[in-house]
Design a protein around this ligand. Structure first.
Ligand SMILES: Nc1nc2c(c(=O)[nH]1)N(C=O)[C@@H](CNc1ccc(C(=O)N[C@@H](CCC(=O)O)C(=O)O)cc1)CN2
Ligand SMILES: Nc1ncnc2c1ncn2[C@@H]1O[C@H](COP(=O)(O)OP(=O)(O)OP(=O)(O)O)[C@@H](O)[C@H]1O
Length: 200
């Protein structure tokens, strides 16, 4: 392991423990605070197809926000892990009637045929799960590189989804070690409000 990946590893451990130690009540409160502004923020922006995630391991719960987006006829999609490398994500429609099954990390994902899934480029906005973020748009994930690999080809595209992290304020750190493949975020949605890095 090089110095950067071992430092990423120790930040992961620290922050994952920090977010898991918050009470269920605190998590509920944070999820509500997010739902009070994130859906309307997205509705203002001509965003129709949104990549979301189902919280695990103390991640900020997006469910109340997702319910609000459904009320406003927005379409949400969940990441689906393909069984084989190169470990890229596909996105499958997620609605109140979706049939979900656990993937290899025990995270629920829609059980749909490949032809019902969409490519990452078809999303208008992707809400990225993350373990830690900094105020330069740096993001640290669970370490699988799934999101980085999936969106790598779109990073410099003229037409691409906007990339918003979703995280508790407790997940903010000073400066993350960044490697060439790390995809910078355009903003981060926290319970205390939206932090915009793109300046728009
Ligand atoms: N909610 C959510 N969904 C997501 C992600 C995520 O970070 N959050 N992912 C973002 O990429 C993908 C899944 N990536 C993951 C990578 C590692 C682990 C994880 O728990 N690793 C364990 C060891 C698990 C094992 O090998 O059995 C660990 O590190 O303790 C989970 C998800 C797709 N879906
Ligand atoms: N674009 C890419 N092409 C090939 N390999 C990649 C790419 N992006 C990341 N990886 C590989 O994935 C591994 C994990 O990367 P990293 O630690 O940055 O993951 P992460 O950002 O925490 O995970 P995730 O993106 O799933 O949230 C690295 O070892 C790296 O080699």
């Amino acid at each position: 392991m090089n110095a950067t990946s071992s430092s990423k590893q120790s930040i992961r451990q620290l922050i994952r423990e920090r977010r898991r130690n918050l009470s269920a009540d605190q998590h509920r409160q944070y999820a509500k605070q997010l739902a009070n502004y994130l859906p309307s923020y997205i509705l203002q922006k001509n965003i129709h197809r949104i990549g979301v995630f189902l919280a695990q391991d103390g991640e900020l719960n997006l469910q109340p926000s997702i319910q609000n987006l459904w009320k406003h006829q927005r379409f949400t999609f969940l990441p689906v892990l393909k069984p084989l490398p190169p470990n890229r994500l596909w996105f499958a429609p997620y609605s109140a009637t979706s049939h979900l099954i656990p993937n290899r990390f025990n995270i629920l994902e829609p059980n749909v045929l490949p032809n019902h899934m969409i490519a990452p480029s078809q999303l208008d906005c992707v809400l990225f799960p993350l373990v830690a973020f900094d105020l330069n748009g740096g993001r640290l994930g669970m370490g699988g590189g799934f999101y980085d690999r999936t969106f790598a080809h779109l990073r410099k595209a003229s037409q691409r989804p906007v990339f918003y992290g979703v995280a508790l304020n407790e997940q903010q750190v000073d400066t993350l070690p960044i490697e060439s493949w790390d995809i910078p975020l355009d903003g981060v949605a926290t319970p205390n409000g939206f932090i915009d890095f793109a300046g728009n």
